[in-house]
Ligand binder design. Structure first.
Ligand code: G6P
Ligand code: ZN
Length: 542
């Protein structure tokens, strides 16, 4: 029944930080998707006879790609593919499903927060049997395979109904269409105190959740409005659209502008949150206040025992290198280990699997725990809701108390997007060359106590990752980090991360851009950002 089709390799099928992301047009070329998926299948051991999870964030080309992947799975001897109805699954839901159903892995169709639609991006990533993103070794093997591939195996063309729940057969393989929300919602209910959160809403607590016309809409309607009793209208932009309604499904102060406006009004809601294209990112806001992802991680860690799932305490925590050191201070107080990993959720996988950490997070709006092996947007929102219900305080009060106790790591990230790749390479190379000469110099009021290109050795399997970003450490107090994005699809994106510890009570509330202005200017001069990129100002500030 299965056909073997001849093919030739495409250039550039190297997965980035989070899978292969390319313009839709690139993915729609004949054989492009087939080549990549076959390369994945050729590298996954034990695929034959196994179960796979499959779904995406509903972006343009999602449904067509699912049909092709189902035929490829059948052609490669997969026994069962579990598909979300309508081809939909959030990234954390796939991670949970892989674990619940002992699948060999899952394919997630998403380019996360990158815009969708015919002129936007498409993407595909493989998650392994632990539910987490493929390791570097597997990713490299897939890329190597994509460069030599000469055939793919596929079941004959046919149309699988992915909109009706139940089982069908395709060339001997079972296709099981399930409700994408149900199991995930039950998992959340097992972690948090839903009864207490219901009480919060009964008391008139007002929340806005912006699903940004992406995957979390159906999940949020079910969990917040149906299960937790939040009034209808709590979830905005709750219908997934192929082009995300023309928006940019990235939950931050720039792209979730409407939510930010609503929370800023005097009569605005008490709590606001948003998630991205595939549902793994989160943004948390209080009435008139924004919680940085780095602070959010620290606050969740400091309050974890107030939530059922973490009642017994945390084994340890981890953060990506550019994430602020706020959580380190909490870990120190709790006397638990705190790991610093390279950017990318996959680096948390071994620590979670080995039981060394319970919570982890990144400045890039990702927070999660050992309940799955991905960051989880709705999980973070539910954690905050549980906390608000238990503490009976506002978001701003909780944040302020945290800063009073631990100090505030005032933090900002400046992004220079779509800059010339060569210029970006030169900027980083020049910084690296000067690292040793920077140590001991003074930057503003601070002395450079360390300067390096961050490298990481995984404490579990000993694997090594080098050249993960340039760090200038200004004692325990401040830090400047330069890094090139691993997720862009056009040119290069330079990210500049700046932080400084503030413990003076009267300055805790001050504006981060103002408080960091001197360090921001100096960081720009040190790297000659203007000279090398021709840019006077960043494109996005978070
Ligand atoms: C993806 C990964 C995150 C990572 C982020 C970094 O979203 O899932 O784990 O933090 O990319 O993106 P960047 O553009 O900074 O490389
Ligand atoms: Zn995402």
């Amino acid at each position: 029944m299965t056909e073997t089709c001849r093919t030739q390799p495409f250039d550039g099928q190297r997965p980035g930080t989070s899978g292969l992301r390319k313009p839709v047009k690139t993915f729609m070329q004949p054989r492009y998707l087939e080549n990549f998926v076959q390369s994945v299948f050729d590298c996954v051991e034990g695929l034959r006879g196994a179960t796979l999870a499959l779904g995406g964030d509903g972006r343009y080309y999602n449904r067509e790609a699912i049909q092709t992947i189902l035929r490829l799975a059948a052609g490669n001897g997969v026994a069962r593919v579990i598909v979300g109805r309508g081809g939909l699954f959030s990234t954390p839901a796939v991670s949970a499903l892989i674990r619940q159903r002992q699948a060999i892995g899952g394919l997630i169709l998403s380019a996360s927060h990158n815009p969708g639609g015919p002129a936007g991006d498409f993407g595909i990533k493989f998650n392994s049997a632990n539910g987490g993103p493929a390791t570097e070794a597997l990713t490299e093997a897939i890329y190597a395979r994509s460069r030599t591939i000469d055939r793919y195996c596929i079941a004959p063309a046919c149309h699988i109904d992915i909109d009706t729940l139940g089982e069908q057969t395709l060339a001997g393989m079972t296709v099981e269409v399930i409700d994408p929300v149900e199991d995930y919602a039950r998992l959340m209910e097992s972690l948090f105190d839903f009864e207490r959160i219901r009480g919060l809403f009964r008391g008139g607590f007002r929340m806005r959740f912006d699903a940004m016309h992406a995957i979390t809409g159906p999940y949020a309607h079910t969990i917040f409005e149906r299960m937790l009793g939040a009034p209808a209208g709590t979830v905005i932009h709750g219908t997934p659209l192929a082009d995300f309604g023309g928006g940019h499904p990235d939950p931050n102060l720039t792209h979730a502008a409407e939510l930010v406006r609503q929370l800023g009004r005097p009569e605005g809601p008490d709590f606001g949150a948003a998630s991205d294209g595939d549902g793994d990112r989160n943004m948390i806001m209080g009435h008139g206040c924004f919680v940085t992802p780095s602070d959010s991680l620290a606050i969740l860690a400091a309050n974890a025992t107030r939530v059922p799932a973490y009642r017994d305490g945390l084994r340890g925590v981890a953060r990506s290198m550019p994430t602020s050191r706020a959580v380190d201070r909490v870990a120190h107080k709790l006397d638990i280990p705190c790991y610093e990993t390279p950017t990318g959720w996959k680096f948390f996988g071994n620590l979670l699997d080995a039981g060394r950490i319970t919570l982890c997070g990144e400045e890039s709006f990702g927070t999660g725990s050992d309940h799955v092996r991905e960051k989880d947007g709705l999980w973070a929102v539910l954690f905050w809701l549980n906390l608000l219900a238990v503490r009976g305080q506002s978001v701003a009060e909780i944040v302020n108390e945290h800063w009073l106790r631990f100090g505030r790591d005032v933090y900002t990230r400046h992004d220079y997007e779509g800059i010339d790749s060569d210029a970006a390479g030169t900027l980083m190379a020049r910084l690296r060359d000067r690292l040793s000469t920077l140590i001991g110099q003074t930057i503003g009021r601070h002395a450079v106590s360390g300067a390096d290109d961050f490298a990481y050795t995984d404490p579990v399997d000993g694997s090594h990752a080098a050249a993960q970003g340039v760090r200038l450490l200004l004692g325990d107090e401040a830090r400047i980090v330069y890094r090139l994005s691993g997720t862009g699809t056009q040119g290069a994106t330079l990210r500049l991360y700046i932080e400084r510890l503030e413990t003076r009570r009267e300055y805790l509330q001050a504006d981060a851009q103002k408080q960091l202005a001197d360090l921001i200017a100096l960081a720009g001069e040190i790297a000659d950002i203007r000279g090398l990129t021709g840019r006077d100002a960043p494109d996005v500030i978070t």
